[in-house]
Structures are given as structure tokens and as C-alpha cells.
Ligand binder design. Structure first.
Ligand SMILES: Cc1ncc(COP(=O)(O)O)c(C=O)c1O
Length: 382
């Protein structure tokens, strides 16, 4: 028997992070100092992009990306409803219109064919999400964007470590965004990153996140901006994590590989399929019960009896949220025509939403704990 409730969230922080935070406090340089800039350099190298710009969370990163983009109020951004609400909220922030497109039945990411069908004269951009750490089909999405003159914002909040043919996510689109929230593969507590290979976009984002200042700082403001800067003690945690990210990702990959093998042996259970050439970041390991008689609520309860913590995640799709059904209440609705999201139905998204739940894939799992989770899956589902 295991000696703890096996968790699905377990921040991988320890003495090194404590020391780094102490150093920041001792330096009295609490905002975007040495550590944050060191983190930005390391993260740009890690994700193979020219610019990595830290900010205070992943939602701000998306907001900055939208604000720096050419997308205007009233223009459509194609996105997935099977995600955390911040994805589509960020489209609303700047007055743009989320256009929901269905996901692929195996990868649970935006289906490129359906993207093509959804493009109208008013479509300006695509915002794919690399859901649970598996990259969306970026080569296909890039082709569609190029053919139709669309901007791409990659929501890579969950996808540190996700790659396609060796290329890390965050650099496939015009701009990419990551979260460093405490549950993620790489954390700061609260934090975010904007990535881009475009110098002009990078300058705009740096200015936007710092009150619209120029690089000279001071009290000159050349655009309307925000304060989305990162505190340096959060930057210090993220910077320290960069030294162990490959190890953390390898542990997640080992856990996920083990689960896939077990689930392959259980009739009716499935998981998110990883296409050839893709490396899953394994942020979340989710089980698919579409073809099994035991459904997520029951599964979670039964796993709990084995001291395995589990939970359904996006069982309510973005367009099913009350905030979207009542989008006419949103301030931009005075100026922008939004669709009636309450009439939306996307079959694959709805089926996956009600038939998935996550199990622990965190790097802290011991071999015994992983075996224990596997055994519980056999006992419950076989
Ligand atoms: C897909 C997705 N987008 C955006 C965000 C927002 O990131 P944050 O929580 O750091 O604001 C998250 C965070 O959890 C996310 O999962």
C-alpha cells in the first residue's frame, strides 16, 4: 500500500528554489532583475526562439499576444473550446470574436480540416492550444494560415517540452505563450512567457507589459500599456527550474509511457494519441472513457478508494460556460456582434469533455506509486 494520496499536482520545488528566492530578497531588487533576465535567456534557448519575454502569468501572456497582434475588434480568431477558459477570454479582452472549431478525435487538438471549413472573410487569426502538453498539428495549421493570410498565436501554456520533429512549440506561430502557474511542467508560482522570432513583435510586447514604455524606461509612454511584469522572486524560481526541466520532463514521460502500456491492455479505455514525430510534454495524462461503461465521476471515486487522486478537467467547454452564453453582457458586445454561443455544438469536443479525467503523472511519483496507479487501473476498469 502507498503512504500518501497520490497527487496530480505536486510542485517540484526544493532547497535550490528557496536559496534563489532568499538571494532575490537579500538583493532588494524584487522586480524583473538578474534572475528573470537569466530565465528569459534560458527559456529562449530551451524553446528555440529568438525572444522569450517573461510576464506575470499565462493569461497576461495571451493578452499581450492579442494586443501586439494585428487582430482588430470584431475580427474572428479560430480556437478550440476544449481548453482552460483563459484561451478564449484573451480573444474577448481585445474585442475580437472567438470562433470555436471542433477537435480531432485522437489528439484532442484543433482539427486542421475543420479550421479550413470555418474560415470566413472576417477570420484574422488562429489560436491553437497544445492541450495537456501535446502539440497541435502546427505544420498543417501554418500552411492554412499562410494560404489565408492569418496570424497564429500558440497557446502553449501547458506545453513546456512539447515538440514536433524535434522543434519545440512556441516558435511555430507568429507568437507563442506559456504559463508558469504552480501546476505546470515549469513553474514560478505565478508567471508567464511570450515567445516570438519577430523583433518588432518582441519590442511591442516588452513595451506593452511595462506601461507602454520605451526600452529607455522612465516616464515616456509611446502606447497604452499594462503592468504585467514578473516579480524577480518568481523569476528566480523559474530560473532555478530551468536547470532541472529536462529531468522533470523525462520523469513525466516515463510515467506516461507506463500508463499507455497498461491502458493498451484494457478494453474500452483510451488516451490522447501522440502522432509520429511528436513529443508529448505530458503535463496532464488523461484517460478517455468514450468506449468504456465506467465514466469519469465513478472512476474518480473508485481511484480515490485506492488513494489515487484523479479529476475530470474541461468537462464544461468554453462555449458552454455561463460567461459565453451571456457574452451579450461583455462590454465589447456594445460594439461587436458575437454569435449566440448557447447554440454551439461541436460533437467531438463534447464527447471528450464528458469522458476524460486525469491521473497523476507528476515527476515526484516513485516507481511503487506508478505501479500502484497501474494496478488500480487494472482492478477498476478490466
Ligand atoms: C491552456 C491554458 N491557457 C492559458 C492559461 C492561463 O495561464 P495562467 O493560469 O498562468 O494565467 C492556462 C493556465 O492554466 C492554460 O491551461
Amino acid at each position: 500500500m502507498v503512504d500518501r494520496d497520490i497527487p496530480f499536482v505536486d510542485p517540484a520545488v526544493g532547497q535550490k528554489e528557496i536559496e534563489a528566492v532568499k538571494e532575490v530578497i537579500a538583493s532588494k531588487n524584487l522586480v524583473e532583475g538578474t534572475y528573470t533576465h537569466s530565465f528569459e535567456t534560458k527559456f529562449a534557448a530551451f524553446s528555440n526562439v529568438k525572444h522569450a519575454i517573461a510576464c506575470n502569468n499565462g493569461t497576461s501572456a495571451l493578452h499581450l499576444a492579442m494586443e501586439a497582434s494585428p487582430i482588430q475588434p470584431g475580427e474572428e480568431v479560430i480556437t478550440t473550446p476544449f481548453t482552460f477558459i483563459a484561451t478564449s477570454n484573451s480573444i474577448l479582452f481585445t474585442g475580437a470574436v472567438p470562433k470555436f472549431v471542433d477537435i480531432d478525435t485522437e489528439t484532442w487538438n484543433l482539427d486542421p480540416e475543420k479550421i479550413e471549413d470555418a474560415i470566413t472573410e472576417n477570420t484574422k487569426a488562429i489560436m491553437p492550444v497544445h492541450i495537456f502538453g501535446l502539440a497541435a498539428d502546427m505544420p498543417a495549421i501554418r500552411d492554412i494560415a499562410d494560404d489565408n493570410d492569418l496570424f497564429i498565436i500558440e497557446d502553449a501554456a501547458q506545453a513546456h517540452g512539447a515538440k514536433i520533429n524535434g522543434q519545440h512549440v512556441g516558435g511555430f506561430g507568429d507568437i507563442g505563450t506559456f504559463s508558469l502557474y504552480v501546476t505546470k511542467n515549469l513553474i514560478a508560482g505565478e508567471g508567464g512567457v511570450v515567445t516570438t522570432n519577430d523583433d518588432e513583435l518582441a519590442d511591442t510586447v516588452i513595451s506593452l507589459k511595462n506601461h507602454g514604455r520605451t526600452p529607455r524606461g522612465g516616464y515616456e509612454h509611446i502606447r497604452v500599456g499594462y503592468n504585467f511584469r514578473l516579480a524577480d522572486f518568481a523569476g528566480a524560481i523559474a530560473d532555478t527550474q530551468m536547470d532541472k526541466i529536462e529531468d522533470l520532463l523525462a520523469k513525466r514521460a516515463t510515467n506516461a509511457k507506463f500508463y499507455r502500456k497498461i491502458i493498451d491492455e484494457i478494453d474500452g479505455l483510451d488516451y490522447q494519441h501522440v502522432p509520429k514525430g511528436f513529443d508529448h510534454g505530458n503535463y496532464i495524462f488523461a484517460i478517455d472513457t468514450r468506449n468504456h461503461e465506467i465514466k469519469p465521476t465513478d472512476a474518480v471515486q473508485k481511484l480515490k478508494e485506492h488513494r489515487v487522486l484523479a479529476r475530470p478537467i474541461y468537462s464544461t467547454l468554453s462555449y458552454q460556460q455561463a460567461s459565453f452564453k451571456r457574452v451579450d453582457q461583455w462590454r465589447w458586445a456594445k460594439f461587436v456582434d458575437y454569435p449566440d454561443y448557447s447554440k454551439e455544438h461541436l460533437a467531438v469536443s463534447e464527447a471528450v469533455a464528458t469522458n476524460h479525467f486525469e491521473i497523476p503523472v507528476v515527476p515526484s511519483l516513485s516507481d511503487e506509486e506508478r505501479e500502484h496507479v497501474g494496478q488500480a487501473l487494472y482492478e477498476i476498469f478490466q
